[in-house]
Design a protein around this ligand. Structure first.
Ligand code: ARG
Length: 593
């Protein structure tokens, strides 16, 4: 792997050195270098420095400019306004830098300085329940963050904290015990493919849920038996556990089919649900009680917080164990923290969970800190995401007020995408259309989600999501496919080769400078866990490419074969950058569209 410092990093270093030369006591002054539309870069740091040293800013700026050695990176430098420095980079430096990136498989993206171990909690549906639109964001955002961190060299441990435990299983298990064939599979089911198998599993689970619910509500004796079944489950009775396992297995068939459609890889060993921490719950409570972090209150084991109070001014506790001895969501999450910190040796814990659980996580993290399970060595972040809204601006629900089934939404997106694909390219076979439609439709849903900053709500609008223009994945996919088509057309007649000796047109410069920012964008995204910054970078890149494509003929470039090669080179690097960036967001880039 070649380490390719970006042009802005090289400039940063040079301008810092010049600042230090002009004002020796300001060795660590930040030049505040920014991209600018007046020149390529603008350094704004002289102003503050002048103020601190009671110097005339324009004079100081002139001095700094003089201290910047004319070299092969800086083509021009001028003082502007009250004391800004406008810096223009040499064309040759741009092309040479891109050429070094292109020579590297990782496009010159370095690994993070101090990679560690991150445990990320995402894609956490619930057993025996249908996945709905609420499960989309955690899966899509989590998957992108996993990919981005891993690309940066981080060791990432994935945890799908599925809801696979709790009192509701008493009813289900009891019913299955009394109707033992309800989860039997048809002999030929497995042959029918993942999607059909997943659907069959979910419909069995739904049927069983409805039937057992009806019995539970109408038959007091059954209700009683169901309650006792919960006790058996918690006590680890083997027969009860075996039936519980059937529900988990049946649900996994369904989860896998939905994740397959969503094009999100879920591995069995990473599905570590609430049940996995069952054996730790008693000890977790004991540790909290003995250390005084938790106290008994009306029989329940509670943790109180000075700054968390209800409307009535009464403190709102985190309940770790209920008065009836049952453990809830909090006890499991606290045990999971102990496991992740002490057994998995995480130094970062991430939770990609709905913003509506923010208070829960605040209380859980605070409790874990007081217990000493979290300390300065471990960073913990709840990455809260906003709600998906309908066009009416309210949480996205069916007319009957129910959540949309995730699968139905995915199917609809694929269907819309098929129409777009079909209209755009006549020469594709039906099979190709189906394949592209899945890549375009799922990409559209993922991109709409990932291009919104995490905390914000957004409207689920398929028309906009699959639109060819605007900030959509389809626009990016078309840009990619168009470049690939140019490269195919060039064939062996012309190859992508960098020619730093050629001057660059304005659109080439803009594209080139943006290509050079890929590594820095990724470093920033890793720092703040904000995939939308990568999405907006890719959109800017595709837009810059579109301008380049309009203004700079590639195969018919008039400057001779070297110019054709250099433009093909820009095309090729743009395609590779788009491809890599989209892949990190979990979005496919078809070769043709
Ligand atoms: N299964 C939960 C739900 O559907 C999300 C779990 C989030 N993760 C956690 N560690 N609590 O709401």
């Amino acid at each position: 792997m070649a380490l390719v410092p970006s042009l802005s990093a090289s400039l940063q270093q040079r301008v810092s050195a010049a600042l230090a030369a002009a004002v020796p006591s300001a060795a660590d002054a930040d030049p505040l270098l920014r991209r600018s539309d007046r020149a390529d870069f603008q350094a704004n740091g002289v102003l503050g420095l002048a103020k601190r040293h009671k110097a005339n800013p324009r004079e100081l700026a002139t001095q700094v400019a003089a201290a910047l050695p004319a070299d092969d990176v800086i083509a021009q430098i001028e003082v502007s306004g009250p004391g800004f420095l406008n810096i223009t980079v040499a064309d040759a430096a741009i092309t040479a830098n891109l050429s070094a990136r292109a020579a590297d498989e990782r496009l010159g993206v370095p690994y993070a300085d101090n990679p560690g171990t991150t445990v990320i909690d995402y894609a956490q549906p619930n057993v025996a329940k249908e996945m709905h639109v609420g499960h989309l964001r955690s899966s899509v955002i989590g998957d992108a963050i996993v990919k981005i961190l891993e690309f940066g060299g981080e060791t990432v441990i994935r945890r799908h904290h599925i809801g696979d435990w709790g009192t509701q299983f008493g009813m289900l298990i009891q019913y299955l015990m009394e109707h033992p064939h309800e989860l039997d599979h048809d002999a030929d089911e497995a042959q029918a493919g993942a999607e059909a198998a997943g659907e069959a599993s979910m419909s069995r689970l739904n049927r069983l849920y409805k039937a057992s619910r009806a019995l539970f509500d109408s038959d007091p004796d059954f209700k009683d038996r169901a309650r006792r079944r919960v006790v058996d489950l918690q006590a680890g009775d083997p027969q009860t556990l075996a039936l519980w396992q059937k529900f988990v297995d049946e649900s996994k068939i369904y989860f896998y089919s939905v994740y397959d459609k969503l094009d999100v890889e879920i591995r069995d060993e990473d599905i570590v649900g609430e049940s996995a921490y069952n054996d730790m719950l008693v000890e977790t409570c004991k540790l909290l009680e003995e250390s005084g972090v938790a106290v008994r209150s009306n029989g329940a084991l509670c943790v109180f917080f000075d700054d968390i109070k209800g409307k009535d001014g009464e403190p709102v506790p985190l309940i770790v164990q209920k008065a009836d001895g049952g453990f809830g969501y909090a006890a499991t999450d606290l045990s999971a923290i102990r496991n992740r910190v002490f057994a998995l040796h995480a130094d970062t814990l991430l939770y990609v969970v709905d913003a509506r659980q923010a208070l829960h996580f605040r209380m859980v993290f605070d409790t874990a800190r007081r217990a000493g399970w979290l300390n300065d060595e471990v960073t913990v972040h709840h990455l809260p995401f906003g709600t998906i809204l309908g066009k009416d601006g309210k949480p996205f629900k069916t007319r009957e007020g129910e959540s949309f089934r995730l699968e139905d939404l995915l199917d609809e997106a694929i269907e819309r995408a098929a129409a777009v694909v079909r209209e755009k390219s006549q020469e594709l076979t039906e099979e190709e259309i189906a394949e592209r439609a899945a890549e375009v439709g799922i990409g559209a849903i993922k991109y709409a989600d990932l291009s919104t900053s995490l905390g914000r709500d957004y409207v689920f609008d398929l028309d906009r999501m699959v639109s060819l223009s605007g900030d959509t994945s389809v626009y990016l996919q078309y840009a990619y496919a168009r470049i690939r088509s140019i490269l195919r057309k060039a064939g062996d007649a012309a190859r992508p080769v960098a020619h730093p000796e050629l001057p660059l047109a304005p659109a080439e410069r803009q594209l080139g400078l943006l290509l050079d920012e890929f590594a820095e964008t990724l470093a920033q995204v890793r720092e703040v866990y904000e995939p939308h910054r990568l999405a907006s970078y890719l959109y800017a890149l595709a837009s810059a490419y579109t301008t380049f494509y309009d203004q700079c003929p590639v195969l018919k470039a008039e400057g001779g074969p070297a110019m054709v090669e250099n433009r093909l080179f820009l095309c090729d690097l743009t395609a590779r950058t788009l491809h890599q960036g989209m892949a990190l967001l979990g979005i496919r880039t078809p070769e043709r569209l």
